[in-house]
Design a protein. Structure first.
Length: 462
């Protein structure tokens, strides 16, 4: 496919500008202040799919944000690729740490992206990666090389748990029928070393509330005589890990799938430099579960992390107060065979049981999802690897990621098909952080590689 290279070269300015327009709409699904923007983004995605050459595109209403569905069916007897992506983005805060406003995309050069990267919230996660598929379709339609049927399902609630997508998938099995699901919402090792994500972690996300006295108290008059909810919460959270950084919740590890030494040795072959890793994060040392190395800790091992903690006085100056309440948001990343609902229950039971009598504790489950692992001997994996090999000049390495896309496990359950995770982002692209960006190289390489996946998938399916 020499043509795709020249097509990308010829149209790259337009490809970049179209993505920039999409990135200007602040489709933050977590914050209702942006709800009109989220809806506007679904419209923009619909228009882009129509322009790219889908025969049929619709905005599907759900109990939450709409799902954009599009398709081009060329021959019912040919395979069907279902592309999934999300048009919603994470909240941009803390705003003051952005070097340019999150919804005013600009191209800047970085050490890792010498040819420039687009800085904007959602540039990598996932508008930029989703849009590669729209442009790849445009190419295949324009050049008459689309070798099979394609369906698009682009949702607007991924960053808040994909509730409406589950609802939609359960009700539309026939419409969504496919032979393989293709997603670009993960990363790869580096621009020199492509990788294919073969695993995702599951997730259980909860919010806890610790209540002490019925009102905020003077910390002199009452201090020392009543339980301070913030002190207690800190102590309870600290007790959730032991000195070896194992999680102390009874039963937490019972179903964890342990990898064999051979599998771990295989993992260790992926290029990784601990000094570079530390340097990129300005860390003197890494930290984590005893007995595992960094790349295992962040992929094949379950974790528990506080994502936010608040309570009491945090304004300017000092206020002497014992707050009535303290709160925290806690996430647990899970690995294959751990069931997120079961883990949520284990957490809840344990967390309530460790509270001293001077406080009451509430645990509110937010959302969650199962982990995922995919074999590397499937046609889909092989096709993806052939595509990367052709555009990068070297084969991709299979890598289990630490991130979560809970809907992938649901796809397998409801639609009975495997998902291929062809991610083109880099860990250093700062997704969910200030200054999120997506390399121009990565964006264009994605557009180049995707049509080859279609080509090889159809060839191997024969
Ligand atoms: N695209 C990410 C997940 C991801 C990123 C997986 C990089 C692997 C590598 C996705 O948008 C995301 O952020 N998922 C959430 C979970 C969701 C339920 C909010 C996550 O992993 O925190
Ligand atoms: Mn994403
Ligand atoms: Mn995300």
């Amino acid at each position: 496919m020499e043509n795709i290279k020249s097509y990308v070269q010829q149209h790259k300015d337009r490809f970049i500008n179209e993505l920039i327009e999409l990135l200007k709409i602040p489709s933050v699904s977590a914050d209702t202040a942006y709800s009109q923007d989220v809806i506007d983004t679904s419209e923009a995605v619909k228009v882009s799919l129509e322009k790219a050459g889908c025969d049929f595109v619709e905005i599907c209403d759900t109990p939450g944000y709409p799902i954009v569905y599009g398709e081009k069916i060329i021959d019912k007897s040919l395979p069907t690729v279902l592309v999934y992506g999300h048009y919603d983005v994470q909240p941009p805060d803390p705003l003051e740490l952005w070097t340019s406003p999150p919804f005013e995309p600009v191209i800047k050069k970085t050490e890792i992206h010498p040819e420039g990267a687009i800085f904007a919230r959602g540039s990598c996660d996932d508008k930029g990666q989703m849009f590669m598929h729209v442009k790849a379709l445009e190419y295949m339609v324009q050049s008459n090389t689309l070798p099979c049927n394609v369906k698009f399902m682009i949702e607007g609630e991924e960053e808040v748990g994909s509730k409406s997508l589950s609802w939609f998938v359960e009700r539309n099995q026939e419409k969504l029928k496919n032979d393989v699901i293709l997603i670009s919402d993960t990363g790869m090792i580096s621009n020199q070393q492509p990788s294919i994500t073969t695993g995702l972690r599951g997730l259980s996300y909860v919010e806890v509330e610790v209540t002490g006295p019925n009102r905020d108290l003077h910390s002199g008059l009452y201090g020392g005589a009543v339980a301070n909810p913030i002190n207690i919460l800190a102590k309870m959270i600290a007790s959730l890990h032991d000195d070896d950084n194992h999680i102390t919740i009874p039963g937490f590890y019972d179903k964890v799938q342990e990898l064999s030494l051979e599998e771990r040795a295989e993992m260790a072959k992926a290029p990784f430099n601990l000094d570079d890793y530390k340097k990129a994060l300005d860390l003197k040392d890494v930290y984590g579960e005893k007995g595992y190395v960094t790349n295992e800790r962040n992929s094949i091992r379950p974790t528990l992390d506080v994502n936010g903690i608040w309570g009491g006085y945090t304004g300017e100056g000092a206020k002497t107060v014992i707050a009535s309440k303290a709160f925290a948001k806690i996430s647990m990343r899970l690995v294959p065979n751990q069931d997120w609902e079961e883990i949520t229950e284990l957490f809840t039971k344990h967390f309530i049981s460790i509270a001293p009598a001077g406080v009451t504790v509430k645990v509110k489950p937010h959302h969650g999802g199962q982990g995922y692992v995919t074999p590397i001997d499937s046609i889909g994996y092989k096709a993806a690897n052939m595509a990367y090999t052709e555009t990068f000049g070297i084969p991709a390495i299979p890598v289990r990621s630490g991130g979560s896309i809970p809907i992938v496990a649901l796809f397998e359950k409801e639609l009975k098909s495997k998902t291929i995770l062809m991610g083109f982002g880099l860990d250093s692209d700062a997704i969910h952080s200030p200054n999120e960006h997506f390399g121009i190289f990565n964006y264009l390489k994605g557009i180049e590689t995707i049509p080859l996946f279609y080509k090889y998938f159809v060839e191997l399916s024969k």
